[in-house]
Structure formats: C-alpha cells, structure tokens
Design a protein. Sequence first.
Length: 322
Amino acid sequence: MQLQEYINRRLADGSITTDIGMIISHLADAAIAITQTIRVSGIEEDLGAETGAANADGDEQKALDVMAEEIIITHLKNTATSHILSEEQDAPIATGQDGKVMVAIDPLDGSSNIAVNVTVGTIFSLMPRQDAPVACAGRDQLAAGFFTYGPQTTLILAFASDSAPQCFVLDERNQQFIAMGGAVEIPPETNEYAINAAYSEHWFAPVQEWMGHVLAGHAGAYGKPYRMRWVGSMVADAWRIFQRGGVFLYPGDNRKGYADGRLRLVYEANPISFLVEKAGGMAINGCEDILDIQPQSLHQRTPVILGAKQEITRLKALHLNK
Ligand code: AHM
Ligand code: MG
C-alpha cells in the first residue's frame, strides 16, 4: 500500500484531520527531495562541509543541515502548519498559515555522519497549535515519525489514534513510499544495546551499575551475554530497535553541559519516545517517562533511555533507588 492510500484511509475513517494528512504527505515529498539531494548533489558537493555557522545549540552546521531544513520549510509552507519549530533555529518560524498544527523538526539528525556516508535522517513531531508557540508535552503529540536516508530511505510513522507505528520504504523507481510489514512491536526482552561507551567515566551511578551487569554477561545479574551497536545517528539506532528490538541510551553525564545528555526533548526525544511507546517499549529520562515532561523551553535537552521494556524497567528502578 502506498503512503497516500494509507493516509486516505485514515482520512476516510476520521482518525486524522485533512491538515494532518496533508502535512505528512508534504513531509514525505520533502524526504524524497532530500534523498535526491544526497544521491545527486552529493557527487559534486561536499554535503558534510561546515558552513561556518552554528545552530541554536551551538553545533557547527553542515551543508546538508541547511539544505534539508530549506527543503522541509518550503514543503511545509504549502500546508496548514502555523509554526515550524526547527532544531536549527532559535525561534519558531511563523508560516503565515492559519492552521491548527505546529511541526517540530530535526531536519538532519546525525550531522556528524553526513561526510562519511552513514545513515542520517529527519525527525518530525506534529503538535496542536498553542497560543504562544511553545511545545506541548510529548503525550499530546498529534503524530510523530522519522525518515532515514541510508541504503534505503525509510519512514516510521504513528498518529495519536494508532495502537502501533507503521513503517514504509521509498520505492525510488516511482518515488512512492510503500508500507512494509505489519504493526511495529519492540520485544520486551533484548540482548542488544546502543550507548556511546567512550563517555563511561562520566556516567552517573545508575547507568554505571546497569552497564556493570550487562558487561558481566553470563556471570552478571542479568545472566546473559549482550552485544553492542552504536551508529551515532539516533534515527539509525532507533530504526534498528523498531526492526529487531534493543535499547538506546544517551544518558546525562558529568561532562560540562551534559547533565541532561545531548538530545533535545522537542525535536528528538519526544517524537521517538512517542513511537517507542506505541510499539510497546518504554522511554524514560531516568525516573520519569519522557512523554510526561512539560517542556520549559524549545531547545531543552533530556537524558534518553528507551527501548525494550524489561531493560528500561531495570534502568528506571536503578534511577529511582539512587
Ligand atoms: P545532531 O542532531 O546534531 O546530529 O545530534 C544528535 C546526534 C544523535 O543522532 C546521536 O545519537 C548523537 O548525536 C551522537 O552524539 P555523540 O557524538 O556524543 O555520541
Ligand atoms: Mg538530531
């Protein structure tokens, strides 16, 4: 089934509004344009070149960060999106449209992987329009999802009324996203984890303790061996978890400025946590479900610990006991 037919069915059964359906199909068109930019412009241009500018968080912007954001903004301006909240911008962009939906985007997640031809992606979150364009708590999102640009371009998507996310893959022969497989479900148990272990000397006690049990393998409290994966693009690590399970951690640590980790609540943690809960997994900041956090500012960071229920339950207990 093509994405547009999937959207049309949801419009017909009344589970999404016309505005939401149109925003998703325009985001899909933007993702197709970004795919073409990577495939074609990347031959002549260095898409990973630093532009010399920094984004709202102080990260160096790469050429593709800027191109992807421009493409998405151009596509969303033709929809009923009232405001675009971009990870790359200090302030919300008012589109001039009188719509009821705001869209938060991380235009290009995994920027440091652009230059080395490793999977990157676009994350999006649809929220009800607020009087002032402040973000809602993750639980009130209207829809969320992300695209990955890797060997294939893929999409995972969930609407608020869904009981599980749905995945799609781009058929580049006719530029259509096609539904893949059935409903996405994260198995409660796993033996695969993703964390940047280079920061282990800086982790706080609960993560240190959990990792101690994990690394002890058969002899540890969890009594089994684990294996590790870390792509360095959250979208790619999350996509793997939606396909075959696992856990992902970007916890807070005691490096300067990293008490709440690196990932941003509104642009990264909320949309992916929304998908994770729909898929039967858990997403916490340590003690609390990420979707229950009331954002205080657009660019605030949050520790992210998500995936298979059994491991996340263990990690939550370790945080609550400290
Ligand atoms: P970005 O949106 O600027 O690319 O930053 C987010 C990325 C995540 O995709 C990834 O999980 C994390 O940063 C990697 O950070 P680190 O290099 O500290 O491991
Ligand atoms: Mg990102």
